[in-house]
Design a protein around this ligand. Structure first.
Ligand code: ACO
Length: 456
């Protein structure tokens, strides 16, 4: 199949949020810590009416309805999530309810879990399926969804919640670059969820940042080598750098880390380029020549120099990927794909046509990959690229239509989720009126932990 990639993309986030500057005050931290220090504006959160099943039901049905896809035309559906409410039964099987009326039960795929990386693994599986002998010509759907919540303390402000669903197939307007994938995986306890009765992770914040930046270096180095081999083949020169992609999107635990990540790619470019000294784009970096990447994760001087040098690249190539992350928070598995939604929602299709997006996916524990896609050249009226862009042009409007909640209410909701998260039987108490219309919500957990849902 030709041009395998994303045909349509849908995003769902909760209809309520807490303002990060109000949370700073509520938490008693210094003003600016969350908003400037971490770069976050708002954080979305769910009441006890929503769980991973309902988030995924909502986003998949929206994807199907808004793109008028027939349930019969789907041959693979898989979910990437780290929000586990059942150790055996997959979210995918719950989503099969949506397919019941169509009679289509012939759908491959189940769930994939490794922190924020599960969605990327599900995506790779589905792309591989389409390129394999097992493909029967039907669409694949990949769903990434999570409810990201932390215990009280310094990590709580880096929560979020949401889901992204992607319709995949051939002749797509967002085409994945073949052969351009790099991966780094490693055993490390930076963030994990050993307590089955709790929604909260055990997290070593500093270690997780070091692991993230280390994985980014490793993935970028291999990605550059592979990209350079492709460029040579296509006679497009032979050097890959920040200039080679229009956008760089990253898994976004918080936006400041992503700005530092883009800066880090510039540091990699600088250290890799023997002619860097003569290049004005690297001015100000002379002092960092010869540093070892692994010595610089928390080096203030190096960080400051590359942050300054990469400022304009960041504004152009990465800031446009952060509108969802800034306003919803870390959604875990969908975070990176929220970056893609942010790009699609911010530009017209003619501005995007032919451009490349390089993506970095990171899941603690750890699993990470860098890969890329490009937008089709055809941005004519009625083109597929136009359709994808139009489907997300109301993104900011949807974000703005959410309801702001006081931090005290957010805190109460976290306590309620803590106390009732694994209760059975349980009847949720959260306000159904507060949900966006079309949202699936939990109505009941019976004494055997069976969950029932309705759609608003
Ligand atoms: N005004 C402006 N900036 C401020 C202020 C202020 N008043 N106060 C603090 N800051 C800055 C700090 O200087 C720091 O900046 P720096 O990172 O450039 O040094 C930043 O705000 C954060 O402050 P810290 O004191 O370092 O924050 P803390 O240690 O309390 O927590 C952390 C931050 C570790 C990210 C925590 O929120 C956490 O553990 N989050 C979850 C883990 C995570 O997201 N890891 C990332 C990868 S793994 C994943 O995706 C889950």
């Amino acid at each position: 199949p030709q041009d395998v990639g994303i045909l349509a993309l849908e995003i769902y986030f909760p209809a309520q949020y807490v303002e990060q500057n109000e949370l700073e005050e509520f938490d008693g931290v210094s003003q600016g810590k969350y908003t400037i220090g971490l770069g976050q504006q708002k954080m979305g959160f769910c009441s006890d009416r929503e769980d991973i099943n309902s988030l995924c039901l909502t986003v998949v049905q929206r994807l199907m309805e808004r793109n008028q896809v027939s349930y019969q035309d789907v041959g693979r559906l898989e979910v990437g999530t780290e929000t586990v409410i059942d150790k055996s039964k997959s979210v995918k099987t719950v989503l099969m309810q949506l397919f019941e009326d169509s009679g289509n039960t012939s759908i491959e795929g189940v769930d994939t879990t490794n922190a924020c990386y599960g969605g990327t693994s599900a995506l790779f599986n589905s792309l591989n399926w389409i390129e394999s002998s097992a493909w029967d010509g039907r669409y694949a759907i990949v769903v990434a969804g999570d409810i990201a919540v932390y215990a009280t303390g310094n990590a709580r402000c880096t929560g979020g919640a949401g889901a992204v669903a992607m319709l995949l197939g051939s002749h797509a307007p967002l085409v994945f670059d073949r052969g351009l994938r790099s991966t780094h995986m490693q055993h490390v306890y930076d963030f994990y969820k050993p307590d089955m009765s709790s929604e909260y992770p055990v997290v070593d914040g500093k270690l997780s940042i070091q692991c993230y930046l280390g994985a980014l270096d490793r993935c970028y180095q291999t990605y550059c080598q592979k990209a350079e081999a492709c460029l040579k083949q296509e006679n497009l020169g032979s050097h890959f750098s920040l200039d080679s992609s229009a956008f760089f999107a990253f898994h976004t635990p918080y936006c400041k880390l992503v700005q530092k990540s883009l800066a880090r790619l510039m540091l990699n470019d600088f250290l890799r380029d023997p002619d860097a000294g003569a290049n004005p784009k690297y001015s100000g970096l002379e002092a960092v020549r010869g540093v070892k990447l692994e010595d610089t994760y928390f080096d203030r001087d190096v960080e400051k120099a590359v942050m300054v040098a990469s400022q304009s690249s960041y504004k152009e190539k990465t800031e446009p990927t952060l509108s969802v992350a800034k306003q919803v928070g870390n959604m875990y598995t969908p975070s990176l794909y929220g970056g893609l939604a942010s790009i699609l929602g911010s530009y017209s299709c003619s501005e995007l046509a032919g451009k490349r997006v390089t993506l970095f996916s990171y899941g603690s524990g750890l699993a990470s990959s860098m890969f890329s896609l490009h937008f089709s050249e055809d941005a004519s009226p009625g083109s597929q690229l136009e359709r994808v862009c139009l489907s997300l042009c109301d993104l900011q409007e949807r974000l703005d239509s959410r309801k702001k909640m006081p931090p005290a209410d957010f805190d109460k909701m976290m306590k309620l989720r803590e106390e009732t998260h694994h209760k059975a039987p349980y009847t949720p108490v959260g306000d159904v009126e507060a949900l966006f219309s079309g949202t699936w919500y939990l109505t009941e957990v019976d004494s055997k932990h069976r969950r029932k849902y309705e759609r608003k």
